[in-house]
Design a protein around this ligand. Structure first.
Ligand SMILES: C[S@@+](CC[C@H](N)C(=O)[O-])C[C@H]1O[C@@H](n2cnc3c(N)ncnc32)[C@H](O)[C@@H]1O
Length: 245
């Protein structure tokens, strides 16, 4: 499947091809206030609290709040969607990682706050919610505009490589990854050690619930899982992990 190469056109700004964003991505990054190029009804799930759908023209209508953007990838139009999101300054886009292209240079490399390059290729969903058998045919990237969206992307457990692009995010990430006294890795390792050298996720969650770092991060459970994966802590039972050797 090629996500974006197919389909007809309704107007200069329209491309009626519908490939839905998989629900787990929206779940990991949402909630969003507006999807300016949402799938027509009936749709199997919402992408945001408000949707603009064809024949409305989401490129011309006003945008508000936090935006979810998985637009038409048509080369002649994608730059306009991304430019509008960059100007709006608050939201996250899902596009192909065509890192050398004009739209990517102008509106991602030069304007976005962070990217998360997805590991592997996405399987988008059909309009009825079924996952497509074939992958999208190209690598995908999530692009965050605004410090809060960048933070949300960083804190998500979406599999991929996070790349900060602006200084405030870099500082934030540096503090998050590597605080002098207690990194997430140290916090999780200490907790497992206290629990006798091995612990289930449930035990970890209940021990860490009152930790100051978890109170400061609404996605702390995902952070714990991510830390376990990144530290390659051995899995020794059903959702049970030991300290890395
Ligand atoms: C790749 S699909 C993504 C659907 C949805 N945003 C999501 O993330 O699941 C792109 C959608 O953009 C809609 N679309 C294309 N041009 C549009 C325009 N000018 N205004 C509003 N919607 C548009 C199409 O109808 C299609 O449903």
């Amino acid at each position: 499947m090629s996500h974006k190469g197919m389909g007809g056109h309704q107007s200069a700004n329209a491309d009626s091809v519908v490939w839905l964003t998989p629900k787990p991505i929206l779940h990991a990054l949402g909630p969003f206030d507006l999807d300016p190029c949402a799938a027509p009804d009936p749709k199997p799930w919402s992408t945001a609290a408000h949707h603009y759908t064809l024949p409305m023209d989401g490129l011309l209508l006003p945008w508000f709040g936090r935006i979810w953007l998985n637009p038409s990838y048509r080369p002649t139009i994608i730059g306009r969607w991304m430019e509008k999101l960059a100007n709006h300054g608050k939201g996250t886009a899902l596009v192909f990682a065509r890192t050398e292209t004009e739209f990517f240079h102008r509106h991602v490399w030069n304007r976005a706050d962070a990217c998360l390059f997805l590991h592997g290729r996405l399987h988008f969903c059909h309009p009825d919610g079924r996952i497509a058998k074939a992958n999208a045919g190209a690598p995908s990237v999530l692009v965050a505009y605004g410090a809060k969206d960048a933070e949300r992307l960083y804190d998500s457990d979406i599999d991929g490589k996070f790349v900060p692009l602006t200084r405030p995010v870099m500082i934030h990430v540096a503090i998050n990854i590597d605080p002098p006294t207690s990194s997430w890795r140290e916090i999780v390792a200490d907790c497992i050690a206290t629990l006798g050298g091995a612990a289930t996720l449930t035990e970890l969650y209940s021990s860490l619930e009152t930790h100051p770092r978890t109170r400061a991060n609404p996605n702390w459970r995902a952070k714990v899982r991510q830390t376990i994966a990144r530290a390659r802590m051995p899995k020794i039972g059903r959702a049970k992990y030991a300290l890395a050797a």
